[in-house]
Design a protein around this ligand. Structure first.
Ligand SMILES: Cc1cc2nc3c(=O)[nH]c(=O)nc-3n(C[C@H](O)[C@H](O)[C@H](O)COP(=O)(O)OP(=O)(O)OC[C@H]3O[C@@H](n4cnc5c(N)ncnc54)[C@H](O)[C@@H]3O)c2cc1C
Length: 389
């Protein structure tokens, strides 16, 4: 009879990008890790059309666990970012000016990299196959581990069962995502528009895909739920035309090459990120702990920063502390709550500023954006924040 494998030191519930990355990082620390098995994908379920803007810190973490796509056509380096505001105001960031190789990476400095959600998930799945230290645990079975890390995303059932409040403030917008092929190459530039003329406070982002020579972009358009439904209902050609017009034909004519999918936008944070229950200690990471507006493309970067911090706290613990020591978990909670505060407040303030209507607000926003463009230090600081530096 086979001997049952010993209980893991840490059980990770939720095998999204955050859960998988944490499992790989903790296994490197010689900890026995249990990771919940993937939830079955219903037949005909749509593929994830999101593409993530990942910071140098996220890239360094994913490289360290061998889950970073080496092929530049799968991780497009962003060399410049253009932000277009009211009354023709503009803010421009460039990797040459703002992106020194702080993390000691090889190659051209980049502001960030755009990676397909599925490419990242597949890379992590491959890395997991080479890591015997990680045991996959079937659904409905929770092993008796001293510590459970809950990485179940926004709607986490385990967090709810523990009675942890998740303070959620829905924004009145949905993020409508799609992929389009453009007449002109993207030139490794990420572009964002704060639209106001006929549209009430919409944000449109085009992220470059397919590598340096690519002509495909990932579209994230934050719009009211009604407008999201209208844009989804348009024929593909009509949608592409409306999109090309909204961005002033910056990349010429466009062709829709994916389905369109909308996500409701929320700002949320769990009141407590760690605690203990009858089954053992628990801690939250990723979207299970927090959700931010995708305006700055930071949700996953924050989740990966949770992963890095939790692994660091566990690695550097005093010899006599176990992995479930409440003091350790509170250290992690304090560090991460403080770490995400400036970005969370900044994004919320920006979102509110850009949904105000009227000539006064138009002028104020244009003045603000031009001021930042010419400010030197403030612009550099903003660029470093967006890069997670
Ligand atoms: C349109 C859009 C664009 C975005 N763009 C960016 C970007 O450019 N950059 C960026 O950094 N972020 C971006 N984000 C945010 C990013 O998508 C999320 O922050 C990230 O996916 C969170 O990862 P996660 O692993 O914490 O959660 P999830 O991706 O939600 O994964 C949770 C996992 O847990 C599993 N699970 C759930 N419940 C259970 C359970 N009870 N038991 C076991 N398993 C369970 C689920 O099946 C899933 O696999 C964007 C979001 C949106 C909506």
């Amino acid at each position: 009879m086979a001997t049952p494998s010993p209980a893991p030191d840490i059980f990770i519930s939720g095998d999204g990008i955050v859960g998988r990355s944490l499992a790989l990082l903790l296994a490197r620390e010689k900890l026995r890790v249990g990771l919940s098995a993937s939830q079955p994908v219903p037949p005909g379920a749509p593929t994830d059309i999101r593409a993530y803007a990942l910071t140098p810190a996220s890239r360094a973490l994913l490289e360290s666990i061998r889950a970073w796509p080496e092929d530049e056509t799968l991780a497009t380096p962003v060399l410049a970012m253009q932000v277009h505001g009211d009354e023709g105001s503009e803010l421009n960031f460039s990797a040459a000016l703002h992106g020194p190789n702080r993390h000691g990476m090889q190659g051209t400095p980049a502001l960030n990299w755009i990676v397909d959600a599925t490419v990242l998930e597949d890379g992590l799945a491959t890395a997991l196959r080479y890591q015997p230290q990680i045991e996959r645990v079937g659904s409905g079975h929770t092993p008796a581990a001293p510590l459970t890390v809950i990485c179940e995303g926004r709607g986490s059932a385990t967090r709810a069962a523990l009675g942890v409040d998740y303070d959620m403030a829905p924004y009145t917008q949905h993020a409508l995502a799609a992929r389009v092929r453009c007449e002109r190459p993207h030139g490794q530039v990420a572009r964002q528009w704060f639209l106001h003329d006929e549209t009430a406070g919409e944000v449109l982002a085009l992220l470059p895909l397919g590598g340096p020579q690519g002509d495909t972009v990932a579209v994230v358009w934050s719009v009211s739920p009604q407008r999201a439904a209208q844009l989804q209902a348009l024929a593909p050609e009509a949608y592409a035309e409306v999109l090309a017009t909204a961005c002033g034909h910056a990349l010429g004519a466009m062709q829709l090459v994916s389905e369109r999918r909308a996500w409701p936008l929320v700002r949320a944070q769990a009141r407590h990120w760690s605690g203990s229950a009858a089954q053992g200690a628990w801690v939250l990471a990723g979207d299970a702990a927090h959700a931010v507006h995708p305006l700055a493309g930071q949700g996953l970067n924050l989740g990966l920063a949770d992963v890095a911090e939790l692994a660091r706290v566990l690695r550097e613990r005093e010899d006599w502390r176990g992995v479930a020591d409440p003091k350790l978990l509170r250290r992690y909670e304090r560090a991460r709550k403080a770490g995400m505060l400036p970005l969370d407040l900044g994004m919320d303030a920006l979102q509110r500023l850009y949904t105000r209507e009227g000539p006064f607000w138009n002028r104020l926003r244009a003045w603000g954006l031009r001021g930042v463009e010419h400010s030197g230090w403030l612009k550099h600081w903003l660029a470093r924040q967006a890069m997670g530096a």
